[in-house]
Design a protein around this ligand. Structure first.
Ligand SMILES: [Zn+2]
Length: 317
C-alpha cells in the first residue's frame, strides 16, 4: 500500500467537506492522478519484480540537499530511482524541449529526476558506491503517447516497456549479484527524513464553515442516520458506528494536522453522534496519550483511517 501524502489527504478531506477553492481542486486532481500512476507502477513491480527486493515508496532523502523520490528499489545488483509520471496528454521531446499537442511546455519533465539523482549520487558515494545506480522516468498513463526524438541523458520507460524493464532488472541481478540488500537498505534509511512540507493551517473561520459530522464512507454524503451500532447513509451504505466515528476522528486529525487531539474538540467535530465519554474511550484505546487530566491530549497521527487502521476489524461489521 502506498500512503497518500499529507497534502493529498488534507486536500481530499477539505474538498469533500466543502472547503478549498478551484486551485485546491486542481491540485487535488493532480495529486490523485499522480498517486494512481504510482500505485499502478507498484503493482507492476510486485508482479514482475522479485520478492526479496527492497522497495521504498514516496521517500525523502537528505544528502547534501533534500529530495523526494517516488519509488526506490534496491536489488542485489544496485539501486534504482523511479520518477513516475501519469500525464494523460501526448508528449514529445524534441531538441531538448517538451511539447504537448504541438505546444511547448514551460517545464522540463526530466529536471526533477536529474536533481534527485544528484542527491542520490551523493548518498550512493557516502555508503560506499557499491552496485549500480540508475534513474528512470516512467510514464504510466495508457492514454498518453510519449515520443523522445532527441538524445536524453535520462532513461525513459514508456508504459509498454515497464514489464520488460522490470524483468530486465531481474536479469541484471542474475549477472551481477553482489549487494547485501538488507544492509544497503539500512544504510539508505539513515538518509531518510520526514516530508518537510505540511499543508497550511486552516483558520478558525475557514474550519467553522466546513461540514462536520460523519460523512458517508462510500458516497461522501452527510445525510447519515446514526443508530446504536451502525450508521446508514441515504445511498444505502451501512458502516459499523465505531468505524465511522474513528474514520471521522482521523479526518479531523488530517484537517487540523497542526493540533493534538482533544476530547472536547473531537466531540464537537462529531456533532454529538457519540457522547464525550465515548470519544474519550475511543481516543484512549486507539491513540497515544500525551497529556492526561481534565484536558487530556492525544497524539495526532495525521493519517486517514484507511492508512492508520487498515487491519482493524469490527464486531458489528
Ligand atoms: Zn452514502
Amino acid at each position: 500500500m502506498r500512503i497518500k501524502t499529507l497534502e493529498h489527504q488534507w486536500l481530499h478531506i477539505l474538498s469533500k467537506r466543502g472547503g478549498g477553492d478551484g486551485e485546491a481542486a486542481r491540485e487535488l486532481q493532480r495529486l490523485k492522478s499522480g498517486h494512481e500512476g504510482e500505485c499502478e507502477f507498484d503493482d507492476w513491480l510486485e508482479q514482475f519484480g522479485r520478492p526479496h527486493w527492497k522497495v521504498f515508496k514516496d521517500v525523502w532523502i537528505d544528502a547534501g540537499g533534500i529530495t523526494q523520490i517516488d519509488t526506490m528499489v534496491i536489488t542485489g545488483e544496485g539501486m534504482y530511482v523511479f520518477d513516475v509520471k501519469n500525464y494523460s496528454s501526448d508528449l514529445e521531446y524534441i531538441e531538448g524541449k517538451w511539447f504537448s499537442g504541438g505546444k511547448r511546455l514551460n517545464k522540463d519533465i526530466f529536471i526533477q529526476l536529474k536533481r534527485s539523482m544528484e542527491k542520490v549520487g551523493v548518498m550512493h558515494r557516502r555508503i560506499g558506491a557499491r552496485g549500480a545506480l540508475r534513474g528512470m522516468i516512467v510514464f504510466t498513463n495508457a492514454h498518453s503517447d510519449v515520443q523522445v526524438r532527441d538524445d536524453a541523458d535520462v532513461e525513459v520507460v514508456r508504459r509498454s516497456e515497464i514489464k520488460r524493464r522490470i524483468q530486465h532488472m531481474a536479469t541484471e541481478e542474475n549477472w551481477n549479484e553482489f549487494l547485501d540488500i538488507g544492509r544497503t537498505a539500512r544504510a539508505v534509511e539513515t538518509f531518510m527524513i520526514d516530508c518537510p512540507y505540511r499543508p497550511r493551517e486552516l483558520s478558525d473561520t475557514e474550519f467553522d464553515r466546513l461540514m462536520k459530522g460523519i460523512c458517508c464512507g462510500l458516497c461522501g454524503g452527510f445525510l447519515i442516520e446514526v443508530g446504536r451500532y451502525h450508521v446508514r447513509c441515504r445511498c444505502g451504505h451501512v458502516e459499523p458506528k465505531e468505524k465511522a466515528v474513528l474514520r471521522t476522528i482521523c479526518e479531523y486529525g488530517v484537517l487540523r494536522h497542526e493540533r493534538d487531539l482533544k476530547v472536547g474538540e473531537v466531540h464537537q467535530f462529531l456533532e454529538g453522534v457519540v457522547t464525550k465519554k465515548r470519544v474519550s474511550e475511543l481516543l484512549g484505546r486507539h491513540f497515544k496519550l500525551i497529556d492526561s487530566g481534565r484536558y487530556a491530549k492525544y497524539e495526532n497521527p495525521c493519517l486517514e483511517y484507511e492508512f492508520l487502521f487498515k487491519d482493524l476489524g469490527f464486531y458489528y461489521d
